[in-house]
Design a protein around this ligand. Structure first.
Ligand code: SF4
Ligand code: SF4
Length: 73
């Protein structure tokens, strides 16, 4: 794992932009979950495959995604 994404469901509006831009295709809208605002939130389906590129966070219009990168000592 090189990166890890945390999606704040309180901000996510289920627009799907992050799903479309992730080069690893590991983001999906969670159709089994509904946020307090009534949206299906984005979720990461394969955390091991995240490169930490942060494209998703840059593209999210609602700043709902935080990306953590692994730092090697
Ligand atoms: S781009 Fe942001 S608001 Fe849109 S689905 Fe992804 S996390 Fe949610
Ligand atoms: S940081 Fe990059 S690889 Fe990881 S979920 Fe976001 S767009 Fe995909």
């Amino acid at each position: 794992m090189q990166g890890r994404v945390v999606i704040d469901e309180g901000f996510c509006k289920g627009c799907g932009i992050c799903v479309g831009v992730c080069p690893q295709s590991i983001l999906k809208l969670d159709m089994d979950t509904i946020t307090p605002k009534g949206y299906h939130p984005a979720t990461c389906i394969d955390e091991d495959a995240c490169t930490g590129c942060a494209t998703c966070a840059l593209m999210c219009p609602d700043v709902a995604i935080t990306v953590y990168r692994e730092v090697r000592a």
